[in-house]
Design a protein around this ligand. Structure first.
Ligand code: 13P
Ligand code: SF4
Length: 305
């Protein structure tokens, strides 16, 4: 089957099954190009919550499809590659989080959406990189547990010096491959460029940035900026839409190591097969779903700054 035929068949099956195709900003270019909606974790979870489709085809990693299943009970959620996981999400488990909660009784637990449904169910409120500062600011408590991303947690703490954090020491292996030395080097090679990075980067890398934001935050920042050249400190998939949105601007990936192998797994063939077989599905038990939904709903209710 030619690529054009695969695309046509995907669109045909999406219609026939009343399905919506959601793709994260880190997906392969051809997957982003065929998606109904692309976005960051926050935008995609909001889309999953409000879609009228019967089926959600989630092109992303497992925790994102789980969030869609939590927020859209009754809908079928397909994750075309069942093996697309997130190593950071796998760094925290329920028993470990329970043990940390037992050491700090009464503290609210704020959990990054890059986590399993079961871990969300053990949490008070979720956050994404786009709303993390607003979520932590909204807490009445001064002290909190933050899991699983130590880098995102430390970046929020810098914005909110009045809050006191107990960190889970998880991290994104892709973002941690970007070193401060490499950033210094590439900044020196392009002194006219702005350096923007994701808060999943290590603190010494974020400290070198002109702007730190979520993936969608990068689109709006670069589109609005009068600067013509940007060094990008996040996963390579973001370049597709950055270049499409601003063809007159130059975008340089801060390091060739910024590729998340899990985000690169899903191909057009995988999407087609998922729509043909209606598998693999992602489901969450009702007991876990209800508790995880409460944490996600609290997050969605926090007004953005
Ligand atoms: P967002 O900026 O889309 O929230 O996500 C970053 C990420 O690592 C998703 O896996
Ligand atoms: Fe997980 Fe990092 Fe890949 Fe995002 S980029 S899915 S946080 S490993």
């Amino acid at each position: 089957m030619s690529t054009a035929d695969i695309r046509t068949e995907i669109r045909h099956l999406l219609k026939e099954r009343n399905a919506v195709l959601l793709a994260h900003n880190y997906m392969r270019d051809e997957v982003q190009a065929i998606a109904d909606i692309t976005g960051d974790s926050l935008q995609l979870s909001m889309e999953a919550a409000k879609t009228a489709a019967d089926v959600i085809v989630f092109c992303g990693v497992h925790f994102m499809a789980e969030s869609a299943a939590i927020l859209s009970p009754g809908k079928k959620v397909l994750l075309p590659r069942a093996d697309a996981g997130c190593p950071m999400a796998d760094m925290v488990d329920v028993s470990g989080l329970q043990a940390l909660k037992a050491q700090h009784p009464g503290l609210p637990v704020v959990t990054y959406v890059n986590s399993s449904a079961a871990v969300k169910a053990e949490s008070d409120i979720c956050c994404t990189s786009a709303n993390a500062v607003s979520v932590v600011r909204s807490l009445k408590e001064q002290k909190l547990i933050f899991a699983p991303d130590r880098n995102l947690g430390r970046w929020i703490a810098k914005q909110l010096p009045d809050k006191e954090f107990i960190y889970w020491e998880g991290y994104c292996p892709t973002h941690e491959r970007l070193t401060a030395d490499r950033v210094q080097e590439i900044k020196a090679a392009h002194p006219d460029a702005l350096f923007i990075c994701h808060p999943e980067c290590a603190p010494e890398v974020s400290a070198l940035a002109d702007h730190v934001c979520s993936t969608s935050g990068m689109y709006s920042y670069c589109a609005k900026s009068t600067t013509k050249k940007f060094i990008i400190g996040t996963e390579a998939g973001i370049l597709f839409k950055l270049r499409e949105d601003s063809p007159d601007k130059e975008f340089i990936l801060a390091s060739p190591a910024l590729i998340c192998p899990n985000m690169k797994l899903t191909s057009l063939e995988d999407i087609l097969l998922a729509l043909q077989t209606m598998q693999p599905t992602v489901t969450v038990s009702e007991e876990v779903r209800l508790k995880a939904q409460a944490a996600l709903d609290k997050m969605l209710a926090v007004p953005r700054d």
